[in-house]
Ligand binder design. Structure first.
Ligand code: GAP
Length: 512
């Protein structure tokens, strides 16, 4: 299923809507609908339980979106949290210069992929993709071109050589997608933080920022949390919350938004031990994604080559989104940079007394940072499929199914009376619904023919359907239909209830 179809499916089936759609929408801002909010909450629950509640030495907080303006000075966001932007003088549209260049490279990548697919068809079973990529002249030339463009861009950006970024755009003859013209302004740095103003203080002094990451709320609370919850290093502080960035983006749906949610954990360790924890969090976080059934081939590590000035190691867990492999989660070894900065600017000590070493130090930090919305997109993208299934007449039919892990599916079970105008069937179905809804998120649905109701549940990822029919009235059994295998079994209401409750529980994901 392509990306456009995924976006319209999300709207049609109550997962995600464009914000303020009746006013033609607000770019890069989205609202979650009735099933979307359930899926998002389940993802958050999985993260919170596994990261906080399953660890004796990790605690949660919920800090404010607004923070003292000096926080963002100390963290470096006021001075250096920028995107390189360029305007097209004819269309007056603004773009991220690096994205224009990356899109150019993505087109070359598309050509490479076409060549690979052609060769795959030609050679059939014996095709060796890695060998083809490393020996075919045209593919190698194209790959070399991509590599040289990306490495020049990264170097220029790291060295703040914005003139060269513009030169690169001109040399590649990149045109504005709207006007088609190559009439560009210079590239300028543009701060990504949104700001607002305190009511009682005028001017710069009263300028407040909407946090661009949740992590700083953890850093400034380091001592409060450590002392009040009597944690010993190594320990972690986690939180889930909104973050805001003035992103200039196009057509990336919930991958890159202006308002989004992060699930972040800062793990405070003794200086010098950080690489050990960095490696173990890298592994733990990858396993967390794989547990959801995400195929191994869809996830990969991508080491940062150009490290931020405060990091001594950083890696992304990338997911194969419908538009290619992109960052899903970041794992960063942030040294003692943030705590030191806050200590310097606030004048308050942010140290830990280590009883084993009998000394005070500023702990080092290993951070895991996952975007909740990107996580949502990755799950929908890998789960949403169109497939052929047997129809009732012995032929084949197409169905759209969202094969989400049952533990995060928005609705765990639908209760369906075979007929809506049979009072006894409706009553038995409602009785079953009233029992099951105490355990799991259940939906009662009596509208339309049973086949259409199954299809609706498939499309929103419901792992089980319980059908109440005339036999139910005689012997108390129902039909339990399983989404992926389409297997139907007859069970008592209680047995069906037990199975659905057990197999859709979040614990399925948490157990080793
Ligand atoms: N505290 C570290 C930090 O914020 P980041 O790589 O800028 O690091 C972490 O962001 C994660 O937040 C990303 O891996 C991504 O999942 C998510 N994220 C970042 N910007 C986003 C945006 N504009 N829209 C949606 N998710 C975003």
């Amino acid at each position: 299923m392509d990306f456009k179809q995924l976006i319209s499916h999300c709207k049609e089936y109550a997962f995600i809507y464009q914000s303020s759609e009746i006013y033609d929408g607000l770019a890069a801002v989205y609202d979650y609908g009735p099933y979307g909010v359930e899926l998002k909450n389940n993802i958050k629950q999985y993260w919170w339980k596994s990261m906080v509640q399953m660890h004796e030495n990790i605690v949660g907080i919920d800090s404010s979106i607004f923070m003292h303006p000096k926080v963002w000075k100390a963290s470096g966001h006021v001075d250096a949290f920028n995107d390189p932007l360029i305007d097209n003088k004819d269309s007056k549209k603004r773009y991220r210069a690096d994205v224009l260049i990356e899109d150019y490279c993505a087109k070359i990548e598309g050509k490479i992929n076409k060549d690979v697919e052609k060769a795959r068809k030609r050679f059939g079973e014996s095709f060796n993709e890695a060998e083809f990529r490393s020996t075919n002249g045209r593919v190698m030339d194209r790959q070399a071109k991509i590599d040289s463009i990306i490495s020049r861009m990264s170097k220029s950006l790291t060295e703040e050589n914005l003139q060269d970024v513009k030169s690169l755009i001109e040399e590649l003859e990149i045109a504005c997608p709207v006007s088609g013209s190559k009439n560009w302004t210079d590239v300028r740095q543009f701060n990504l933080m949104f700001s607002t103003q305190l009511g009682n203080i005028a001017g710069e002094e009263g300028k407040l920022y909407l946090r661009p990451e949740t992590a700083q709320g953890i850093f400034v609370n380091f001592s409060n949390v450590q002392k009040s919850s009597r944690q010993k290093v190594p320990f972690g502080i986690a939180q889930i919350g909104k973050a805001f960035r003035n992103e200039i983006v196009a057509r990336q749906f919930i991958f890159r938004m202006k308002e989004f949610e992060q699930m972040e954990m800062q793990f405070f360790v003794r200086p010098g031990t950080e690489m050990k924890f960095y490696e173990s969090w890298k592994e733990t976080r990858l396993k967390w994604h794989q547990k959801l059934g995400t195929p191994a081939a869809k996830l990969r590590y991508h080491n940062h080559e150009n490290l931020a000035h405060y990091a001594n190691a950083a890696v992304d867990i990338e997911f194969d989104f419908p538009f290619g492999f992109k960052e899903l989660e970041g794992i960063h070894s942030r040294t003692d940079f943030d705590l030191n900065q806050h200590q310097d600017l606030s004048g308050k000590k942010l140290q830990y007394f280590d009883p084993e070493l009998n000394e005070n130090y500023v702990p080092f930090v290993v951070e895991t940072s996952l975007g909740c919305d990107r996580m949502f997109l990755s799950q929908v993208a890998q789960a949403l499929q169109e497939e052929e299934v047997p129809d009732s007449k012995g032929g084949v039919a197409k169905r759209i199914v969202m094969k989400l892990h049952p533990s995060i599916a928005p609705i765990k079970c639908a209760i369906l009376p075979l007929l809506k105008n049979d009072e006894n069937l409706v009553k038995a179905a409602k009785d079953a619904f009233n029992q099951l809804k105490l355990n799991v998120n259940t939906q009662y649905d009596e509208k339309d023919a049973i086949g259409r109701r199954y299809r609706r549940q498939d499309a929103i990822g419901t792992p089980f359907c319980i059908t109440v029919d005339h036999q139910t009235l005689e012997d108390g059994t129902v039909t339990l239909r399983e989404r992926d295998s389409l297997q139907q079994v007859r069970l008592s209401v209680q047995e069906a209830n037990d199975r659905v409750t057990k197999e859709t529980n979040i614990n399925v994901l948490l157990m080793d």
